[in-house]
Each structure stands twice: as C-alpha cells, then as structure tokens.
Design a protein. Structure first.
Length: 290
C-alpha cells in the first residue's frame, strides 16, 4: 500500500519504519530533518500525502494537526484514509474528520497506548473513532504497528477513550507513589509493599508493570534514573485534555482535576522537568504533610 507518514518523532519514526519493513511504500515528512530506515522523505506534507491510500499523522497537538490537515486534505485522492494517531483534543479530531469527509475522504482518530517501546516493537494498542469503511482499510496497517485495535465508534471516540484511559493512569500513578512514600515512613519494606499490592485489590498497571520504585518489580524508567519512558509533561498534556473534555460535557472528575493540578506543579517546578511521569515518587519522598 502507498502510505504518507507525517510526524516522524519518537513515536512516528518507529511506526513508519515498521510499515516500511512490512513491505509498504512509505513516504514521510517531518518539520525537523529526520531520516527513517526504509522511508522516502518528501519536501512537504502535501507531497508525502499525494497518491497515498492512507495518510498517517503523528503530531504533537490539535493545533498542529489542524494546520497539517488543511495542507494534506486537498492533496489526497478521494476515497483515501486520513489516519491520525496523535493524542489531541476531541474537538480538533471531530473538526478534522468533518473536513476530510467533506473532501470525499475517510477519517479516523486512532490515538495509541504503549509508548515508544510499543511503537518500536509493533505492540501498540489503537483506540479508533471514525467510519467503518476507513477502519476496514486501515486495519492492515494498525495490525502491523500494534497488537490491538478497538473501534470505539464515530469520530472523536478514539480520543475520548485515550483521555479517559490516561486520566485513570495519572491518578493511579499518583496514588501508587504517595502510598510508597507513606509505606516508607511507616517502616514497610518496598519489596513487601510491592508483593502485597501487586497481587491485591490495590494493583494497577502503575504498580505491577511500571513500578515507580527503583529496583522493585519489572524493569521500568525508575531503574533508569526516571529518564522518560512517558514524560511527565506528556501526562500533563493528556490530563489537561481530559479536563478540557470534562468541562465541555459538564462531567464531574475531581480525581482527574487533582491529578492534573499535581502534574502541573510537578512539571512547572524543578522536580518533573524532563523526567518520567513516575518520578512523582521522589517528589512524595521529599515531602511531609506541610
Ligand atoms: P515528538 O515530539 O517526538 O514527535 C512529533 C514530531 O512531529 C516531531 O518530529 C516534529 O518535528 C513533528 N512536527 C511538528 N510539527 C510538524 C508539522 N507541522 N509538520 C510535520 N511534522 C511536524 O512526539 P511523540 O512522542 O512522537 O508523540 C507524538 C504524539 O503521540 C503526541 O500526540 C503524543 O501525545 C502521542 N503519544 C506519545 C507517547 C510517547 O510515549 N511518546 C505515547 C502515546 C501517545
């Protein structure tokens, strides 16, 4: 299949490389000068999109997605699919889909879970919003880049699933970190805390798979000096998107709001800059109740 791939950063580059390795003809474009194995680089987003059956975008935010979409939609052939894998606000996803459909294209919002490891290993989970016809065409590519793709309903529903998932993730990571810090002060060994909680009702992905305490549980960014993994500022971005969405539909999300405020303090202060989102644990270690 002829594929255009726009946004070849930490996530996009390995995803595009996997598609090229599987035998697809991938033409890429990025604002920054990048090279990706097996991918032919174009001089513009429109050039990468021209003649492609599917154009994939993997960009930082909704404003950039809107700008790129305005450039690529007129360059795409009718019937082609615009497949956005970025994490963006629900409104931008729906507006871009509407514009694409008006131009005779299929449009899917398909944000991912699994991080850079999942992107490199082809084991991402895709949560997909948009029309069934587009999903059928894109399925083959989603199955190369990931291990699971869930069609969540109409346009925007992929983004809705993503921000709900990450709101749970942000809150459980904070709860796990504060519980470790409390356990430390109560004199409970971290190994014992992990052994109990990871097989009890307090278990979660944050504890079991991505444990924020170094040297405990499976290998995680905590074992690498909290080098991201999933950066705290990306978690803050997703939590802000969740709160923006909650406000738009009048949903009460007090835990999500608290998580968003804590990550904002964390990223805007010195503790969280350039660090993994699990570096909340050293933040709690340093603090008492005051
Ligand atoms: P990144 O900053 O590494 O990559 C984004 C790329 O987009 C950059 O290479 C940048 O040069 C390019 N870009 C920016 N504006 C552009 C434009 N106008 N035209 C062409 N290229 C442009 O970010 P990333 O970590 O790859 O994340 C991409 C998306 O995936 C984000 O929406 C992020 O929230 C989401 N995401 C990231 C992770 C993660 O662990 N990194 C996990 C899940 C989802």
């Amino acid at each position: 299949m002829k594929i255009g791939f726009i946004g070849l950063g930490n996530m996009g580059a390995p995803m595009a490389a996997n598609l090229a390795r599987a035998g697809h003809a991938v033409t890429g474009f990025d604002m920054a000068e990048v090279g990706v194995e097996g991918v032919t680089m174009a001089a513009s987003a429109a050039e990468a999109a021209r003649g492609a059956a599917v154009v994939i975008t993997m960009l930082p935010n909704g404003d950039i997605l809107r700008r790129v979409a305005a450039e690529v939609i007129p360059a795409m052939d009718p019937g082609a699919v615009l497949l956005d894998c970025s994490t963006v606000d629900v409104e931008s996803a729906r507006d871009v889909a509407r514009e694409a459909q008006a131009a005779g294209l299929s449009a899917l919002d398909a944000p991912v879970s699994g991080g850079i490891g999942g992107a490199a290993g082809g084991t991402l989970t895709f949560m997909v919003g948009g029309d069934e016809a587009g999903f059928k065409i894109a399925r083959e590519l989603l199955d190369i880049m990931g291990q699971k793709a869930v069609h969540c309903g109409p346009s925007g529903n992929g983004q809705s699933a993503k921000i709900c998932n990450n709101m749970i993730l942000g809150a459980t990571m904070i709860a796990t970190c504060e519980a470790f810090a409390l356990a430390d002060k109560l004199g409970l060994a971290r190994e014992a805390m992990f052994d109990v909680v990871s097989t009890s009702s307090g278990s979660s992905w944050s504890m079991n798979t991505y444990c924020p305490a170094p040297g405990i549980g499976p290998k995680s960014p905590a074992d690498n000096g909290y080098t991201p993994g999933f950066a705290a500022d990306l978690m803050l971005k997703d939590l802000r998107l969740s709160q923006q969405a909650a406000e738009a539909v009048d949903a009460d999300t007090p835990m999500g709001r608290a998580a968003c405020d804590l990550y904002a303090q964390f990223v805007e202060g010195e503790d969280g800059k350039g660090r993994d989102f699990s570096a909340m644990l050293p933040r709690f270690e340093k603090r008492g109740r005051g």
